[in-house]
Structures are given as C-alpha cells and as structure tokens.
Design a protein around this ligand. Structure first.
Ligand code: GUN
Length: 283
C-alpha cells in the first residue's frame, strides 16, 4: 500500500479562503481583525516564522503588526508592551514568538497576554479551557492536526491514538483534543519503554518529538494514519520531519509530508484563531 498524502498546503489554501471571506464580513461591520506579533532578539528561525505569519495575515485580509525588539529588552518592558496590546482595540490576537531570551521568564509573558487575545492558546486559561471542554483558543499546531484528520473524514471515536511527545505546545494539547473526540489516547515520550509495541497498536500516530526517524515503517500498523509534526534537517540540510517518510508511506493509509504538511496548517490555525478572537470581540 502507498499512503495518501494529506496535503497541508492545499487544505490551508481552502481554510484561508474561508478566513478571508469571514474577515470581509467583519470588515463590512467596521471591524478589521488584527494580530500583533512580537519578536524579541534575532533568532534566525523565529525571524522566518514571524515573517511567514505576518505575510499570511496580509494574504487573508487580516491586519497585522510586527513589533521587533533587541535581545536586551527587559522583561518589564516586554510585559508593558503586552499590556498595551491587551488594551488596544484594533488588536484581537497577540503572539509573542518563542523562544524568548534567557533573562525573560517566558511563562510570565504568556500569562500576561489576555486570554481573550491568546491566539497561540498557550495561556493557562486556554489550557484549562481545552482540558475541560470549555470555549477557548486551541494551540495552533495540534488544532491543525485535528483539521487534517477531519479533512480525510477520519472517525476518531474508539480508535487508539498514540502521541509521541509531551510538550505543552503540541503533545499534551494534542492528546486532549484526540480524547475530546473519543479516541483512546496514549502519550509516549523520551522515557517511554518499548515505543514500538505501543505504536504498532495505534490507528493514529502523531510524531511530535523534534528528532529524525523517531517513527519507522516497522513501528506502524498497516493502514494507520500518521501525522508528522517534526521540523528537522537531514544530513544534506534538507527539511525533514520525525517520521521516515519514504518507509512509513508504504505502510500507512494516510501520511503528512514535511515540508507541506502540518507546518502550513499551524499558521492557518493562527489566522482562524485571530479571526475567531475578532468575531468574539465584536459580538
Ligand atoms: N515558536 C515556535 N512555534 C511557536 C508558536 O507556535 N508560537 C509561538 N509564539 N512561538 C513559537
């Protein structure tokens, strides 16, 4: 069997068209959805990410502002900027790009963002809302994974999903979203013993570790759905995920590529969350 590719670019295009339509409807009511992206320091990867986020906003008719600060910015100054954005009626979503310089307490900054504008879904209020099934903002990467499963009409109820990785940004929220759809969820991580025994039982596998070849063909049950959240470089310097794509695609029923899979979906869900924040604020 050769797996069907779940094309994150194609799905993003479709969802971003819907975002643009909803943005137009809001603008007709005099509200332009606005996202503020805050970057502190000159991390090269972060610079690329924020550029892509701002461009995606422009392409979908959302207003965006990029605030760039020196790596020497104090925590107090950053907290003051976040507070000003919380109080800015033209801004509906606030994203502080991580990682932050070591002298700044990232958690403190995340908690300073108003939960109503927490389009990253990183605030503990957002995490608590996800955990209890209350309305809130879902972290963009696992949210994008759920949309990818939805796009292939996948019924999660009663299925076994194995999430590899337990980060606050991907693994843990991913597990909660899958659970909310009635999947049986196993969370594996760096201390897990005999990962292969678990993944071989899985109907759905989400690899979110940040290490190449964490999942190989011998670890996958025939017909499983495989989502690859990894973003790594191979020996030739080319972008690759956590999954041995060439091997696993011979066994899985569906698989996401890297690049062109989960990556574009993360930005798409940021646009969706920003639009949602603006719609809620204008009600
Ligand atoms: N750094 C890497 N990914 C992300 C993300 O999704 N949001 C923020 N704020 N920072 C990141």
């Amino acid at each position: 069997m050769t797996a069907q590719i779940i094309d994150g670019n194609a799905l993003s295009k479709q969802l971003r068209t819907e975002v643009a339509t909803r943005a137009e409807a809001l603008k007709a009511k005099g509200v332009t959805p606005g996202l503020a992206v805050v970057l502190v320091g000159d991390n090269p990867a972060s610079q690329v990410y924020v550029r892509n986020k701002v461009k995606a906003c422009e392409d979908s008719g959302l207003h965006s502002v990029l605030e760039k600060y020196e790596a020497t910015m104090t925590e107090a100054d950053l907290l003051a900027r976040v507070e000003a954005l919380n109080n800015d009626p033209g801004i509906h979503g606030i994203l502080v790009q991580l990682p932050l310089p070591a002298h700044i307490d990232a958690q403190k900054v995340i908690e300073a963002v108003s939960p109503a504008k927490d389009v990253d879904g990183f605030h503990i209020a957002s995490a608590g809302a996800l955990m209890t099934g209350m309305p809130g903002f879902w972290p963009c990467t696992p949210y994008g994974c759920m949309k990818m499963l939805e796009s292939i009409g996948y019924e999660l109820r009663g299925k076994h999903a194995v999430v590899i990785g337990r980060s606050n940004i991907v693994g843990k929220p991913m597990a909660l979203m899958l659970l909310q759809k009635d999947a049986t969820v196993t969370v594996a991580h760096s201390r897990t013993q005999n990962l292969k025994a678990l993944t071989l039982q899985a109907d759905v596998i989400v690899a979110a570790v940040g290490k190449r070849n964490v999942l190989t063909a011998d670890m996958v049950k025939p017909g499983a759905v495989v989502l690859d959240v990894g973003m790594n470089r191979n020996d030739e310097g080319k972008l690759c995920g956590d999954v041995d794509f060439e091997g696993v695609k011979q066994v899985a029923s569906h698989i996401t590529p890297v690049p062109g899979g989960v990556g574009p979906m993360t930005i798409t869900m940021l646009l969706v969350n920003t639009l949602e924040a603006a719609e809620r604020a204008s009600k």
